[in-house]
Design a binder for this molecule. Structure first.
Ligand code: DER
Length: 222
């Protein structure tokens, strides 16, 4: 049974005719985009924006209508994945390298619905390395500033080269092991010039739809 798929397709049930929808990025959001494409073919009328070039391409392939940002004044809901989520719906995102666009789209959405399989649910964030999007200029100093926060930052690579985001930046995957005060860590990270944004999504998710190996889908609310 595909736990990501059952979670994503359950989340799509929250999409109503006429809604403006944010399309997430990753292998779980993939199933939401596919399902929305099916429903659009059956007559569902939505307007969508994508959180990555990959999701943009997938939406086009599945006939989900993409609308320029200039023509929308925000979104009704965004469906997106997560790399980790705790029971207060604090998230680590960015495993797919799309955190900046995902956070912008989530910020402008009335609801952010997270879709995940049960393996993503944790008691404390931090086992998954925190993705941090950084600019190339003086990146060695930015990496030093990250080390000073007591983590081990590793520049993400794509085969032999450095991974480059859709926005032309790099990703430092920061190994903290345990993040006991996510709010304080977010404050410190966002105070470092050279950091564009980071994968902590705090107080943003309204619901999480979790697929369990029992076949049951659980909905957590903040
Ligand atoms: O990059 C991201 O933020 C993705 O949403 C990621 O967190 C979830 O990816 P997955 O659904 O492929 O596990």
């Amino acid at each position: 049974m595909n736990l990501k798929r059952i979670a994503a397709e359950k989340a799509v049930e929250f999409v109503e005719d006429g809604m403006k929808v944010g399309l997430g990025t990753g292998s779980t959001a993939y199933w939401a985009i596919c399902k929305l494409g099916e429903l659009v073919k059956e007559g569902l009328s939505i307007q969508a924006v994508a959180t990555s070039l990959a999701s943009e391409k997938l939406a086009q392939e599945h006939g989900v209508p993409l609308i320029p940002f200039a023509k929308l004044d925000g979104l009704d809901l965004t469906i997106d994945g997560a790399d980790e989520l705790d029971h207060q719906l604090r998230l680590i995102k960015g495993g797919g390298g799309a955190l900046l666009r995902e956070k912008i789209v989530a910020f402008h959405s009335k609801q952010l619905i997270i879709v995940a399989d049960e393996s993503k649910l944790v008691d404390t964030l931090g086992t998954f390395p925190l993705p941090v999007e950084i600019v190339s200029f003086a990146m060695e100093w930015t990496m030093d500033a990250l080390r000073a926060l007591h983590c081990k930052p590793m520049l993400r690579t794509d085969e032999e080269k450095l991974f480059v985001t859709d926005n032309g930046n790099y990703i430092a995957d920061c190994h903290f092991e345990v993040i006991s005060d996510a709010e304080e860590l977010q404050r410190r990270l966002m105070g470092i010039p050279g950091i564009v944004d980071q994968g902590l999504f705090l107080g943003m998710a309204s619901k999480a739809v979790i697929g369990h190996s029992s076949g049951h889908v659980n909905i957590l609310e903040r």
